[in-house]
Ligand binder design. Structure first.
Ligand code: ATP
Ligand code: MG
Length: 306
């Protein structure tokens, strides 16, 4: 059964009276115990998608189902509760600097009144240790921690709620390699032992290989290719996925690099495929029509030319 199902999710932002679409209608599913990787370059809409799923911002259009229940049913932003937790991209900003590590870790679960004070404190200290922070840090103000330490505290805070889905928004980027490996091991264990699901947002494709079951590749507000991790990494098919894996920036005729997403996103009038200008297999139709999702070699794809 799908724990999370997202249908036709859209979000535009207004900036200096200009409306530009950040997320242009995306569909996602995550099964119980599954880890879905969401990859794509900076600005393509990954965090915006995560914020909508976690009900931190309201979508313009679309439906979000979590555990069979529609999350965006009413006009108010209703959170999914303890079952859906998020670890944020910038660890420091996700804590109130006035509190200690222990207080910060306890705060989320405390609001759900799951346990008494003593029990809550005991579980928090266990988790603080579990994520690799010394328990002596418990009484240190959270603002004194380094980026990596803060991220570990954020992971402990999410785990304390015993969630069924955790959104990791670049949550391992601030960590050094050995700690990254520890966190990945921890996630794998949670997946295996507690059937926890993950939406794992990352730039780092090597990391997806070690944790994700499937990968969704996002480009300029759309998901252009979804498939099994091995298939996507071994045989990328969409021209953008191939470029992403080759880690090369498209070069213009005069030899300078271009950043496709930032340019295309702001072109609200664009009617064709967002990747048109940078694609090496584009045809005339690509400039005129946005490719719809379709099945190609066992994965879902948005491309006219494959
Ligand atoms: N609150 C906002 N107001 C205006 N524009 C926004 C807002 N939030 C995001 N955007 C814009 O929406 C686009 C998508 O942003 P988002 O943060 O979702 O990208 P991302 O894929 O998470 O990038 P990164 O990998 O750098 O974290 C960007 O162009 C960004 O500038
Ligand atoms: Mg982001």
């Amino acid at each position: 059964m799908n724990l999370l199902e997202v249908k036709g999710l859209k979000k535009s932002f207004v900036e200096k009276k200009a409306v530009f679409p950040a997320v242009k209608g995306i569909d996602l599913t995550i099964a119980e115990g599954e880890c879905l990787g969401l990859v794509g370059e900076s600005g393509c809409g990954k965090s915006t998608t995560a914020y909508m799923v976690a009900r931190l911002i309201r979508e313009d259009e679309g439906e979000i189902y979590f555990n069979g229940k529609k999350l965006n049913a009413g006009r108010r932003l209703t959170c999914a509760g303890r079952d859906l937790q998020m670890v944020f991209q910038s660890p420091k900003d996700s804590f109130d600097p006035r509190y200690t590590v222990l207080q910060s870790v306890m705060m989320g679960a405390d609001s759900y009144h799951l346990w008494g004070r003593k029990e809550l404190e005991k579980k928090s200290l266990e988790l603080i240790e579990f994520v690799g922070l010394k328990t002596a840090y418990a009484d240190v103000p959270v603002m004194n921690l380094s980026g990596g330490e803060c991220q570990r505290a954020a992971i402990a805070r999410a785990l304390l709620c015993d969630p069924r889905l955790i959104i990791f928004d670049e949550a391992t980027s601030a960590l050094d390699v050995s700690l990254q490996a520890q966190v990945i091991q921890l996630l794998r264990r949670l997946k295996r032992e507690r059937n926890v699901s993950f939406l794992f947002i990352t730039h780092d494709l090597a990391l997806t290989a070690s944790i994700c079951d499937r990968i969704a590749v996002m480009y300029a507000g759309r998901i252009v290719e979804v498939g099994g991790t091995k298939e996507i990494l071994d045989q990328p098919v969409h021209p953008y996925t191939r470029q992403l894996l080759a880690s090369v920036l498209p070069v213009t005729a005069d030899g300078s690099y271009r950043f496709p997403v930032m340019e295309r996103l702001r072109e609200t009038e664009a009617s064709g495929c967002e990747y048109y200008d940078f694609c090496n297999i584009a045809a005339d139709i690509c400039a005129k029509k946005v490719p719809g999702p379709r099945e190609y070699r066992g994965r879902e794809m948005r491309c006219h030319c494959l």
